[in-house]
Design a protein around this ligand. Structure first.
Ligand code: ADP
Ligand code: ASP
Ligand code: MG
Length: 403
């Protein structure tokens, strides 16, 4: 029995016309595979009536903390509404479908509301729906904890739901449908010359997603990588071939001149950098930050001095925490992290030098850097984002069409 998971993102489901395209994609899949499982996001983006951000904006808090459990109950509604609307649209075209919440689909999670971890997927119900020849339409982004409470998997989490369903059902392929032709060399909104990448490794895609390329959630890539199920990113609205993701192993393969060292550039906005100076116990200080759920991104520690980056949304609580210490501090708000990704850069000298000279040529100030085996990240001012991505894109030859 061949089985495909098809996941449709918010923009693919926003209007009646776009949902007609989705129905067509599902119909095509029923002709190609024996079984089809559909995973959906909430319809549209902020402003659309049932989009996740619109639901969030319903809460009037007056600065009061909203219970995370109740927040999850609210934001999970967007996906649930989509399942019924799409199941109905499939029915209108003569396809038998059944709408399911995350919990009904067997997605069992921790009780860590807003960022729940999936413990396991109980496939009993989905398998029985498939056995009856029906198409399960699963609400992405959500699951159910041991108490029966609704949980969500973190923003962008419908991709993760699709990957988990694929793994649990041993799917032949997981198709992620979105509003771009596939994985591009940079976010096409920021870099107009971004090019489609036809093949990329799980590892490189993970690094891109982790670096902020929101085209797919990093946890979805992780799940697909561990199960080895091929992942495809496709455009709901075009017939572009899309991007196929599989295991590549560059480490064992010698690099030839024509192969790219750098494959893409990702970015993540909404960062703030703190500089804290004074004689304090770093272990206690960073544990305090962790206890406040302030997750640190780039970090450098020197004698009596530490520089770290976090999400701008953590600004107030971080300042409050630092003020409790006998230290001086400053911060730079409105920063952005750009990450240059390339599995083949391991051991290749001069990549950092190229980045520095490319950014200094266009007068982009680098505030902090970090690197791993396959990435180099630079913190810059938000205002320099487009210029920096364009410059690096050109420096590493990503403007050229990939064969
Ligand atoms: P969906 O609603 O389908 O889940 P998202 O908005 O979450 O869609 O993700 C798709 C968006 O990701 C695209 O519109 C694009 O702007 C953005 N994006 C960021 N980086 C990349 C990249 N490297 N390749 C393709 N798209 C990217
Ligand atoms: N609707 C959720 C969000 O906007 C999940 C998703 O789209 O993947 O984050
Ligand atoms: Mg998404």
């Amino acid at each position: 029995m061949s089985l495909v998971i098809q996941k449709f993102g918010g923009t693919s489901l926003a209007t009646h016309e776009s949902r007609e395209r989705v129905v067509l994609r599902i119909e095509e899949a029923t002709k190609k595979y024996d079984q089809v499982v559909v995973v959906v996001s909430a319809m549209g983006r902020l402003g659309a009536p049932y989009a996740t951000d619109t639901l969030l904006s319903l809460l009037e808090t007056d600065g009061r903390h909203v219970d995370d459990r109740e927040m999850d109950m609210l934001i999970a509604c967007g996906e649930i509404i989509t399942t019924v609307v799409l199941s109905n649209a499939l029915g209108n075209k003569g396809m038998k479908a059944q709408a399911l919440t995350g919990g009904q689909s067997g997605i069992r999670t921790s009780s860590h509301f807003l960022e729940a971890h999936v413990d396991h997927v109980d496939t009993t119900r989905i398998k029985s729906i498939l056995a009856q020849g029906n198409i399960p339409v699963v609400a992405g982004f959500q699951g159910m904890d041991a108490q029966g409470d609704t949980t969500t998997l973190g923003r962008g989490g419908s991709d993760t739901s699709a990957a988990l369903m694929g793994e649990a059902l041993s799917a032949d392929v997981i198709e992620i449908f979105t509003d771009v032709d596939g994985i591009m060399t940079a976010d096409p909104i920021v870099c107009k010359t971004a090019k489609l990448i036809n093949h990329i490794s799980y590892n490189e895609l993970f690094q891109m997603a982790d670096g902020g390329a929101k085209v797919i959630h990093p946890r979805a890539v992780e799940v697909a990588r561990r199960s080895g199920i091929p992942l495809m990113i496709k455009n709901t609205f075009s017939d572009a071939v899309g991007t196929t993701i599989s295991h590549f192993n560059y480490i064992e393969k010698p690099i030839t001149v024509n192969e790219r060292i750098i494959t893409s550039i990702a970015h993540r906005s909404g960062r703030i950098q703190f500089l804290v100076e004074g004689d304090i116990d770093d272990e206690i200080f960073f544990n305090d930050l962790a206890a406040q759920n302030v997750s640190i991104d780039i970090i450098n520690i020197f004698l009596g001095r530490r520089v770290f980056t976090t999400e701008s949304t953590n600004k107030d609580k971080t300042i409050k925490l630092i003020e409790a210490y006998d230290v001086s501090f400053s911060y730079i708000d409105n920063c952005c992290k750009i990450t240059v990704v390339g599995e083949k850069m391991t051991g290749v000298p001069g990549v950092m030098a190229k980045i520095i000279s490319s950014l200094s040529k266009v007068k982009v100030q680098i505030l902090q850097t970090a690197d791993s085996l396959s990435t180099i990240a630079c913190l810059i001012h938000d205002k320099d984002l487009e210029m920096a991505v364009f410059a690096l894109h050109e420096t590493f030859g990503l403007h050229d069409t990939i064969e």
